[in-house]
Design a protein around this ligand. Sequence first.
Ligand code: NAP
Length: 491
Amino acid sequence: MSAVVQDRETSIVNAAPKQLYINGEWRDARSGNTLEVHDPSTGKVLCRVADASVEDGWDALHAAEAAQGEMAAMAPRKRAEILMRAFELMHQRKDDLALLMTLEMGKPLAEAAGEVVYAAEFFRHFAEEATRIGGNYQTAPAGNARFLIRKEPVGPSILITPWNFPLAMGTRKIGPAIAAGCTSVLKPAAQTPLSMLALAGILEEAGVPAGVVNILVTSNSGGVMEPLIRSGIARKLSFTGSTAVGKILLEQCADKVLRTSMELGGNAAFVVFEDADLDKAVEGAMLAKMRNSGEACTAANRMFIHRSVISPFAQKLAERMGELKVGRGVDEGIHVGPMVDATQRDKVADLVDDAVGAGAEVLLGGEPEGGEGFFYPPTVLKDVPRSARMWSEEIFGPVAPLTPFDAEDEVVDLVNDTEYGLVNYVYTNDLTRALRVAESIESGMVGLNQGVVSNPAAPFGGIKESGLGREGGETGIEEFLETKYIGIAMD
Ligand code: NAP
C-alpha cells in the first residue's frame, strides 16, 4: 500500500466522530468505556469508539422524549428541508463516507459509494413524502356527525440496524421518522458504528434539532436496549437484523404494545426457466448473489435452474464469478471484499463443507483464503442436494448453490418451502408464466427478470418470518404515523 493511500485511510479514521451523539452533544460514555472497531480486511483495530451503558441509553431516550413535542410541531416543509440538506451533504461527502464504510465493513469502495447514494436517496424520498401526509374529513353514514381523520407522529422511536449496510439501513429509518415528526434513538451494530456517527454529524449540520436523533453505540446491545424498549417511553421499534433477534425484540415490545417494523432474515430463491435469456439471467444472478459479497438479506441463497439449461448456466456463472477480484475493498479494481469477521467467514466455510460432504460439485472456489483478513472466495456449487444446510440457512457470503428442477409447480413448492418470505427472483420470457409464478410465490418482493429490487421509492419488506411492515415507498412513512379519528356531532 502506498504511503499516500495509507495517510488518507488514517486521516479519514482520525477525523471520524467516535463519541456518542446524545441530545445534540458529542460525549463519551458515562463509564468512560470504549470498544474496538476492526478493519475486516486485516483484522486489525482501526480505532476505539465510546461504548454506551444503560445510563447513556436512558440519557438518549429521555432526550428523544423531551424533543418529541418540538419535532411533532415542526412544519412539514421544514422537516423536508432538513432531509434535503442532509441528502445534499451526503452527496458532497460521498467519497469520505464510502472510504469510512469500506474500512469498517470491508465492501469494495465502488459498492460503498453506491450505498452512500442509495442511503441518501431515502432522505430525498422522505423529504418529498413529508409534505404529503394526508387526512380526511367526511360525513358519517347517518349524516349527523363528521369524521375528521388525521395522521400524527407515533412518537419517540428506537431504531436498531445491522452491519451489512451501515448507512442505508439507518437512513431508511431516520428518513421516515423525521418526515413523520418522530424523534429517535438509533443503535448501529457495534461492528460498524463509524458510518452512523458520521451521519449524525451530517444531520446536525443539516439542522436536525438537539435530541431529535440520538446515536448510541454499545458492545452490550441486549443489556442496554431491553430496559429502554420495555419502558414504553419509545412508542415504536424499527429493527433490521436477524430473525432470531427480531423475535426476542418482538417479545420485549409486547410489554408496552409498541408499534413494530421488523426487517428480518431472508432465504431468496433465484429461479431460471428454460425459456429465459441465459446471459441476462447470469448477469441478474451476479447482482442477486454478489451484491455486498453475498452479505445481504436479499442475496440469492437457493438457485433453482431448469434441468435443460443448468449446465450452460452453471458454466457461465462460474466464468463470471471467476473473473471477480478478491481483496481489500479500498484497493483499485476489487470486486469482493472480506466477510465482516472470522465468525461469518467460518460459517460460510462450514455451509460449503456441509454441501460438498452431501455430494455437491465444486465448480469454483470452495476453500477460505489464507492470510490476514476474513476472505472467502466466490464459490459456485452445482447439484447441491436438498438435504444441505444451505437450503435452509442464510449463507451470507459469495456462494452460489445450484440445483436442477423439472416443472413449474415443483419449483414454486421449492421456493415456498422456507419459513422466510423476503424476496425471490424469477427469470423467464413467458409473460403469463412470469405473472403466474410471481403471484404464487410467498414473499414480500419478487424480482422479475431483475436481480436487484431495492429502491427507496418502492415498499421493501418481507412476509412470514422475514418480518412485519415495509420501508420506503409510500408505506415507509406510515410506519411512523398513527391515525387519529375525531368524531364531531352535527346535531
Ligand atoms: P443481528 O445479530 O440480528 O443484529 C442486528 C442488530 O441488532 C445489531 O445492531 C445488533 O447489535 C443488534 N442486536 C443484537 N442482539 C440484540 C438484542 N438482544 N437486543 C437489541 N439489539 C440487538 O443481525 P446481523 O448479523 O447484524 O445482520 C444480519 C441479519 O440482518 C441477517 O439475518 C439479514 O438477513 C438481516 N438483514 C435484513 C434486512 C431486511 O431489510 N430484511 C436488511 C439487512 C439485513 P450488535 O451486533 O452490536 O450486538
